[in-house]
Ligand binder design. Structure first.
Ligand code: C2O
Ligand code: CU
Ligand code: CU
Length: 511
């Protein structure tokens, strides 16, 4: 079945309201529930799992330095509706099927509230007696205004839980940002981008086997998942009617495996003002925005001289990225459409200031340590691809133990044929550069020999990041200062099919 594009209006997720203000913190309650949602005009309602039963979940809009506490409750069914691979670590037959734990992606969060993959809980879990039938997590929000997102992180089934719908936007505002007069309120919207496939009855399709199938294990993980439709805010190919004025959109790639290369059909550039961890030092005009899984781009679109026009967001990224096949311009090559048809409600007083933020560069000479971290791939006993970080499994002893406030350089050396979006919990970092490495020498002798110039990131990658695209046969160097907390965290590839199958490692920030 071929779904018609641009027949549903873009949903705007509701902003969640706190239920109380207690001992200096805003208190929220969120329940993970099964629901049924119509994801396209011509699809029957789809079973989803959502925060408060919604897909995507409600949007948090919080103020910097305002502590937020959330009671996360699990009222999901006991059986999963997507194919669990019980050979995957942490998802064995002896485990409850439906396990959940919430992670605030990009949050500088104490480790007890960070959503460690093993810290999952099941339906009806009680932490502190009958009043708290779930887990209360604390988010200090002591970080710059930016777009974060929250999503499930349960070991071995993260790809399935997020695919089922467990993801939402989390926006931090602050006074510095407010003073800039950027487009705000109803002109400031998150756009949560995901790809999905459907059965004819409207239910979500997630393969239970890789292609070609591998005998001996079923259901099985796969190396990548790519849906054949694109959803924004939970609708397939929606449209948004806009006024002829400026808007701010917070693009969030919440897809399992798909990287996007976004452009606008009328050839105008995006005005990118922010990346994962906050505002860029200055706005950048970009015709193409590359957005790997979990990355965010904060953009301004100016419709003021486009009255009556229809503009689509297109995608040009091959899948798998960067060496797979190009998207079909009729399907996965399209995200959504803007229609500049609304009356201007009032004069547009928003601004795009020439300077947005102070982004001090972390200094290489302050780095106390450099780690070379291999991104590689082998095969398991069934012949399936297993992606690894530094040749280690999730279960292997912890090897990354930076000191609190120490600065380190991490070199991601990608010796696979696909890009891996590498994410570190807790911290924000900067990209130093990318450099090609000699493939032939590596394949013959296993030696890493950089052979190209060190390429600085483009201006829109020069701000604070928490996820970085490490491309094949390149060394991607980042610089990180570890803080503000000590504790147990993780770093991993954000292709969920990789993360769930060994491309994730614990790390500890020590005193
Ligand atoms: Cu989006 Cu471990 O995170
Ligand atoms: Cu994270
Ligand atoms: Cu990966």
């Amino acid at each position: 079945m071929m779904l018609e594009k641009f027949v549903d209006p873009l949903p705007v997720m509701e902003t969640i309201q706190p239920i109380s203000f207690h001992k200096g913190s805003m208190f929220y309650e969120v329940t993970m529930k099964e629901g049924h949602q119509q994801l396209h005009r011509d699809l029957p309602p789809t079973r989803i799992w959502g925060y408060n039963g919604q897909f995507p979940g409600p949007t948090f809009r919080v103020k910097r330095n305002q502590t937020v506490r959330v009671l996360w409750k699990n009222e999901l069914p006991m059986k999963h509706f997507l194919p669990i691979d019980t050979t995957v670590h942490g998802a064995g037959k002896n485990q409850p099927e439906v396990r959940t734990v919430v992670h605030l992606h990009g949050g500088a969060t104490p480790d007890t509230s960070d959503g460690y993959p093993d810290a999952w809980f099941t339906k009806g879990f009680k932490e502190t007696g009958p009043f708290f039938p779930g887990k209360v997590y604390t988010y200090p929000n002591q970080q710059q205004a930016t777009t974060l997102w929250y999503h499930d992180h349960a070991i071995g089934i993260t790809r399935l839980n997020i695919y089922a719908g467990l993801a939402g936007a989390y926006i931090i505002h602050d006074e510095e940002e407010e003073a800039l007069s950027l487009p705000a309120y109803s002109y400031d919207l998150p756009l949560v981008i995901m790809d999905r496939s459907f059965h004819n009855d409207g239910s979500l399709y997630y393969p239970s086997e890789p292609q070609p199938p591998i005998p001996g294990v079923r259901p099985s993980t796969l190396s990548n998942f790519f849906g054949d439709t694109i959803l924004v805010n939970g609708k397939v190919w929606p449209f948004l009617e806009v006024e002829p004025r400026r808007y701010r959109f917070r693009l969030i790639n919440a897809s399992n495996s798909r990287t996007y290369q976004l452009s606008l059909s009328n050839g105008t550039p995006f005005i990118q003002i922010g990346s994962d961890q906050g505002l860029l030092s200055a706005p950048v005009h970009v015709r193409n925005i590359l957005l790997a899984p979990a990355e965010r781009a904060d953009v301004i679109m100016d419709f003021s001289s486009l009255d009556g026009e229809y503009i689509t967001i297109r995608n040009h990224a091959p899948a798998p990225f960067p060496n797979g096949s190009l998207p079909d311009p009729e399907t996965t090559g399209v995200l959504m459409q803007f229609r500049v048809l609304k009356q201007l409600q009032s004069e547009d007083t928003s601004k795009i200031p020439n300077s947005l933020n102070v982004v001090p560069r972390l200094k290489k000479r302050n780095a106390s340590r450099t780690r070379n971290l291999l991104l590689n791939m082998t095969h398991d006993q069934y012949g399936r691809e297993v992606h690894l970080l530094n040749n280690q499994l999730w279960d292997d002893p912890i090897t990354e133990m930076p000191h609190l406030w120490s600065t380190e350089i991490w070199n991601f050396i990608n010796v696979t044929e696909g890009s891996h979006p590498i994410h570190l919990h807790l911290v924000r970092f900067q990209i130093l550069d990318r450099q090609t490495i000699n493939k032939e020498i590596y394949q013959k002798e296993g030696r890493i020999v950089p052979n190209g110039p060190r390429i600085k990131p483009e201006p829109n990658e020069q701000g604070w990041k928490d996820t970085v695209c490490a491309n094949p046969w390149e060394m991607t160097r980042i610089i990180v200062s570890f803080g503000p907390y000590t504790g147990l965290y993780v770093w991993h590839c954000h292709i969920l099919e990789h993360e769930d199958y060994e491309m994730m490692r614990p790390y500890v920030v020590i005193k």
